[in-house]
Write a protein that binds this ligand. Structure first.
Ligand SMILES: Cc1ncc(COP(=O)(O)O)c(C=O)c1O
Length: 379
């Protein structure tokens, strides 16, 4: 049973059906002016309209990229280049590595990077972010929903203040799009990124939405594609799939959200029966499908392996490098004790999961936690 939808989601069969013709009988470079090119161009532009419709923006504001990582990198490095790598970037300790490491590179080139910690609930405080914004600030990066804990950040308030002070805001909405409503107008950010594979679209299909007034310097240069904002021949099948995933998300969002919420609610009610289970960010606004939970006294990585052997795929926020288990940076930034952070696993539900699977998972989880605790006691 797959319970790791924040890592990636299965491609919706309807998305696949939309893509398949572009992997065989249909072809053409959307930049070509002949009929093959025009047909491909039409398919890409219909997909662009769908991305824009899901986000409440205009299709001219949408740039297709090959990943959420690329979209995030493009904005940070663009701001870096435009400013000669001077000035300040304000970011949060919750951001995905595609923001954090890009900011680190900007810092190596001379920018000052200020990283704001969230509160213990996994939500950054508007005042703390704004207190870090000074005259020299060139960009603020705040994600909409955290990939590990699922907490939703107050982006609209931060973006409104940023606009007031003339500081652009990049909002990584990769985990939010397709799960909660994301409207670029009410969000108010200048750059918004999304990725198809997180909401039943294809891998390698993502987009960057850019507010018309916002500056943007392309990461990839060469051809004039994407209004000179991203050179490369467009991956037509991937883009068509992304468009279809956006259309389906727009039409089914409310129903999907209810379904995911129901599974998460059942799961978290069941967790109350397991002693020493602590849900991170429990009372904060969170994504409808994500639960990051610590089982005190248990090693999350070991638990994830046992669950895998028992037939359940979950993730651990802890990264295992050179044989050493490191606690999740997001949890540590929330002030979670390291022992509690490494005792955590992330469960993220998806559209193809069922309540029955949740019911069956809970006793297996309780059993594996108990087995690991018994092992700890013996050791
Ligand atoms: C919040 C967030 N941003 C960005 C990314 C990167 O997206 P991609 O896998 O498309 O590069 C991810 C993927 O895990 C993510 O969770």
């Amino acid at each position: 049973v797959y319970l790791d939808h924040n890592s990636t989601t299965p491609v919706d069969p309807r998305v696949r059906d939309a893509m398949v013709p572009w992997l065989g009988e249909l072809h053409g470079n959307p930049s070509s002016t002949h009929r093959f090119g025009r047909r491909a161009h039409g398919a890409v532009e219909r997909a662009r309209d769908e991305v824009a419709a899901l986000l409440g923006g205009d299709s001219t504001e949408v740039v297709f990229t090959a990943s959420g990582t690329e979209a995030n990198n493009a904005v940070l490095f663009g701001v870096g280049r435009d400013t000669g790598f001077s000035g300040r970037i304000v970011t949060t300790a919750l951001e995905h590595p595609s923001i954090q490491e890009a900011a680190d590179r900007c810092a190596k080139r001379g920018m000052e990077v200020v990283t704001v910690d969230p509160g213990a609930d996994g939500v950054v405080r508007v005042e703390t972010v704004l207190a870090a914004v000074d005259e020299a600030t060139r960009l603020v990066c705040v994600m909409l929903a955290n990939n590990e804990v699922g907490t939703i950040q107050p982006v609209a308030e931060i973006a409104a203040a940023g606009r007031h002070r003339g500081v652009p805001v990049l909002c990584d909405a990769v985990q939010a799009v397709g799960k909660i409503p994301v409207d670029v107008q009410s969000l108010g950010a200048d750059y918004v990124t999304l990725g198809g594979h997180k909401f039943h679209g294809p891998y390698g299909a993502a987009a960057l939405w850019i507010r018309p007034q916002a500056a943007f310097s392309a990461l990839l240069v060469g051809g004039g594609q994407e209004r000179r904002r991203r050179a490369s021949t467009i991956n037509v099948s991937a883009v068509v799939g992304l468009g279809e995933a956006c259309r389906l998300a727009r039409e089914e969002l409310a129903e999907r959200r209810d379904w995911l919420e129901a599974m998460k609610a059942r799961f978290e009610a069941g967790l109350a029966e397991i002693a020493g289970a602590v849900v991170h960010g429990r009372d904060a606004p969170r994504l409808p499908h994500t639960t990051h939970v610590a089982f005190l006294g248990v090693e999350g990585a070991a638990l994830a392996i046992r669950l895998d052997l028992a037939g359940y795929a979950v993730s651990t926020g802890a990264a295992c490098s050179s044989g050493k288990v490191e606690a999740s940076r997001a949890l540590l930034a929330m002030g979670t004790e390291p022992a509690e952070a490494i005792a955590s696993i992330r469960v993220s539900f998806g559209l193809t999961n069922t309540l029955d699977e949740v019911e069956r998972f809970l006793p297996v989880l309780a059993r594996e936690v108990a087995a690991l605790r018994a092992h700890e006691v013996r050791a």
